[in-house]
Design a protein around this ligand. Structure first.
Ligand code: SF4
Length: 336
């Protein structure tokens, strides 16, 4: 096929980024879509709220999708974002800049002409107000090369529009939170399978953000096992050196077992129904006793005066301790 040019899309699998791609493809432009994967779930890999499996729409309309994992550099941005966090730990502006910088490298590598996104002016509080859109474009080093097809006619013309590669009149002028025009466009394109608009990745979740903040505060160097543990169970900070994770059901117990490292202590009330409880860090005797008390509190003998709790790093290292269940009042104060 003889294309007029090549555009690189930021693609979440949601309605807006899908429509942006379809608007650009309609102008006989080849599209390569980049889907970004992070440890915080705003990607199709775990079907979290703001993204979904991108492939059905790509298959339906015939464009190529490439995955890009942002890995450690994204964690650093979450820890210390230049433009700050949103309501929770979400550094949306820095996140967009990072994604666009990666997209720029890819554009240069493959010799594409421009980058585009499904952003809509005024739609999201932190990253999609007009001044922020300019900041993002500037900091990503994409001045003039970043097109927002859904709001293009409300923004200054970009290089591909000025050169005639893209017909500005066939791009949109959508702004704000209403999705009415997007629905119309979806119907025109025959795009029926798209997700409801959503709030964002795990970093927009209050509870997850609280646990993450605690982790970043206590660990100068975060590893991905610890990040993955934040998604599972009840978390309790025992002291500066250790914390406890309690499985809430069978599935979480299995997950905790998988994420366990040889140096972690595992607690269990083997004489009754019990959660798996993981103690991460370097505990002293008081912390071990408290972790045992927490295990007792969440096992089926939580009203007993004392419960026998087994703990150890492996079966060869098992020890037993009899403790009363931890008081709810105390747990409230140390729960993350
Ligand atoms: S919600 Fe914000 S921080 Fe999370 S992936 Fe989306 S833009 Fe990035």
């Amino acid at each position: 096929m003889n294309y007029r040019g090549h555009g690189i899309a930021l693609f979440s699998g949601g309605l807006d980024s899908s429509l942006a791609i379809l608007l650009v493809m309609k102008q006989n432009i080849r599209v390569t879509a980049l889907s970004f994967v992070t440890h915080f779930g705003c990607d199709f890999s775990d079907r979290s709220s703001c993204s979904r499996d991108p492939y059905p729409v790509a298959r339906q309309f015939g464009f190529e999708v490439k995955l890009v994992h942002l890995a450690e550099q994204f964690v650093e941005i979450v820890r210390n974002p230049k433009y700050g966090h949103g309501k929770n730990m979400n550094p949306c502006i820095d996140c967009r800049i990072l994604m666009l910088r990666e997209a720029k490298k890819f554009m240069e590598l493959v010799g594409a002409d421009f980058i585009f996104t499904g952003e809509v002016v005024g739609q999201r509080p932190m990253s999609q107000y007009k001044p922020q859109l300019h900041v993002v474009e500037r900091d990503a080093g994409l001045k003039g090369k970043l097109v927002r097809p859904l709001s293009a006619r409300l923004l200054p013309p970009t290089e591909p529009e000025l050169s005639g590669l893209l017909d500005r009149d066939r791009l949109e002028n959508i702004s704000g939170r209403s999705r009415r025009r997007q629905m119309e466009l979806a119907a025109q394109f025959g795009l029926t399978d798209y997700p409801n608009p959503a709030g964002g990745c795990l970093l927009t979740d209050v509870g997850y953000s609280r646990r993450l903040k605690d982790l970043l505060y206590h660990c100068p160097k975060v590893d991905f096992r610890d990040l993955n543990l934040l998604r599972v169970g009840r978390h309790f900070r025992l002291d500066d050196r250790c914390k406890v994770i309690v499985g809430r059901n069978e599935a979480e117990n299995i997950e905790i077992e998988k994420l366990r490292r040889p140096e972690d202590l595992m607690f269990e009330a083997r004489e009754t129904g019990s959660p798996l409880v993981l103690l991460v860090g370097t505990p002293d005797e008081a912390a071990i006793r408290l972790a045992a008390g927490i295990t007792a509190r969440y096992c089926d003998l939580k009203r007993a005066a004392d419960v026998n709790i087994t703990y150890g790093r492996n079966e060869a290292d098992i020890q037993m301790i009899a403790v009363p269940p931890a008081e709810d009042l105390l747990l409230e104060t140390i729960r993350l």
